[in-house]
Design a protein around this ligand. Structure first.
Ligand code: NDP
Length: 445
């Protein structure tokens, strides 16, 4: 890392002790930015990096609710409004027991650059709670969401901060959150949340967008080497919103997707995963992946273990951060991996990224490859602002154009900085320069 940037990075780490994921995200971005500061000394003079690493606002709040047995439960809610240089804070809410400030800050930090890369007018933010939705009834989920919004509503708004879903927050939760916002504010403010239901202000393609976008980005990478998804053997981790839609899109391009996972284990279906059955079990029944193996023949279910033990030519990690380590990466590379497209945020450890990059395979980092979700959220905001709703075909075409544009931006930036094919550098530099220019133009804020 450039010595000037390393000094700033060390100060950021010391100011934010114990936030390992945030440290990791900051370090990974700083490693790309040395050459940018050679060309743009004004960024150092204006202390852009120091400002960028300090969120504009951080909100931590108590979320009290009662469970079905009438017991009082307390969770901790977060919203980190990281950077508004390009537009209102934008980024999802995560409900998962592992959530703490360090995870929300890593996600919010990544979101700044991701949102800049989309070319849409959105700043970066992220939020969530250490609430575990697994095993909770609909009524408990609703009471939790209502309590969460009873504090969050005062901090968000169409022109201020626009949350969406992430792990543990899908259409059902956005519905309860929106209902409570409307009730408290007495405003039908569609643009305050994205990922809404289609009949009440949502956008077609939003549920599919992150997974589809990841596959579109990865297909663009493959094209640079005269390849495509057609005939690839694909492994996708996770079986949530991003994973299932990535599986569907990869199959539509001719890939054979043989495995996916949840936090209990993974399944291997050599005939190719049956997406309709996956959707039935995970989205309709909210069940576990092992049910898939019970209902379909010739499927192996492996309890525990790592899905990255399954060989693939294309890997799409779509579950969670740091799920793919260096050893797994090395094994995949030895066994014929040609491309990785990150559907999740920071799923590959720094060691794994180094292995992928050293091997020369195509590696698409999450902040570029999974930007289709937030980009389509911005399209939902556009439709809300004009009280319009677009067709599936038109919205999907816009998503495709955006993903192709992000790929091109990463590719040309990497070329321009003498690192052809390095999508990590391309994404970090292109996103950073756009935000840094806007921050300097807006004065010392
Ligand atoms: P979902 O909650 O729909 O699905 C998450 C999936 O990942 C589930 O299969 C879950 O398994 C698994 N998972 C979660 N945590 C862990 C863990 N600690 N270990 C193993 N498996 C785990 O979330 P999404 O699909 O929305 O999000 C997946 C990833 O994509 C996240 O990194 C998210 O930040 C990122 N992302 C999501 C976007 C979106 O639009 N939704 C946009 C951009 C990025 P189980 O059911 O057992 O918990």
């Amino acid at each position: 890392m450039d010595a000037r940037l390393e000094a700033i990075r060390n100060t950021v780490l010391a100011r934010n002790p114990g936030e390992d994921e945030f440290h990791q995200a900051v370090t990974e971005v700083f490693e790309s930015l040395g050459p940018v500061h050679d060309r743009h000394p004004e960024f150092l003079e204006g202390a852009v990096l120091e400002r960028l690493c300090e969120p504009e606002r951080q909100i931590i709040f108590r979320v009290p609710w009662t469970d079905d047995a009438g017991r009082v439960q307390i969770n901790r809610g977060f919203r980190v409004e990281f950077n508004s240089a390009l537009g209102p804070y934008k980024g999802g809410l995560r409900f998962h027991p592992s959530v703490y400030l360090g995870i929300v800050k890593f996600l919010g930090f990544e979101q700044i650059f991701k949102n800049a890369l989309t070319g849409m007018p959105i700043g970066g933010g992220k939020g969530g709670a250490d609430f575990d939705p697994r095993g909770r009834s609909d009524a408990e989920i609703m009471r939790f969401c209502q309590s969460f919004m009873t504090e969050l509503y005062r901090h968000i708004g169409e022109y201020t901060d626009v949350p969406a879903g992430d792990i543990g927050v899908g259409g059902r939760e956005i519905g309860y959150l929106f209902g409570q916002y409307k009730r408290i504010t007495n405003r039908y403010e569609s643009g305050v949340l994205t990922g809404k239901g289609i009949s009440w202000g949502g956008s077609l393609v939003r549920p599919e967008a992150t997974g589809y976008g990841t596959v579109i980005f990865t297909e663009e990478m493959l094209k640079t080497r005269g390849q495509s998804f057609d005939g690839q053997r694909v492994v996708v981790s996770g079986s949530g919103n991003v994973a299932i839609n990535a599986i569907a899109k990869a199959q539509s391009l001719g890939a054979v997707v043989v495995a996916c996972s949840d936090s209990s284990g993974y399944i291997v279906d050599e005939a190719g995963l049956n997406v309709a059955l996956l959707r039935q079990i995970k989205e309709v029944e909210r069940g576990r992946l092992k049910d898939y193996a019970v209902r379909r023949s010739a499927v192996a279910y492996v309890e525990g273990g790592s899905i990255w033990d399954v060989d693939a030519t294309v890997a799409l990690p779509c579950a969670t951060q740091n799920e793919l380590g260096g050893e797994a990466a090395a094994r995949l590379v030895r066994n014929g991996l040609v491309a990785v497209g990150e559907g999740a945020n920071m799923p590959s450890t720094r060691h794994a990224i180094a292995v992928f990059q050293d091997s020369g395979l195509l590696f698409g980092p999450g902040k570029a490859a999974n930007a289709g979700g937030v980009a389509t959220s911005a399209l939902e905001m556009q439709q809300n602002a004009t009280r319009d709703s677009w067709s599936f075909e038109y919205t999907e075409q816009r998503l495709t154009e955006i993903m192709v544009g992000i790929h091109r931006r990463c590719e040309t930036t990497a070329d321009e900085y003498g690192a052809p094919g390095n999508y990590v550098l391309g994404a970090n530099v292109a996103g950073f320069v756009k935000v840094a220019d806007a921050m300097l133009a807006q004065g010392l804020i």
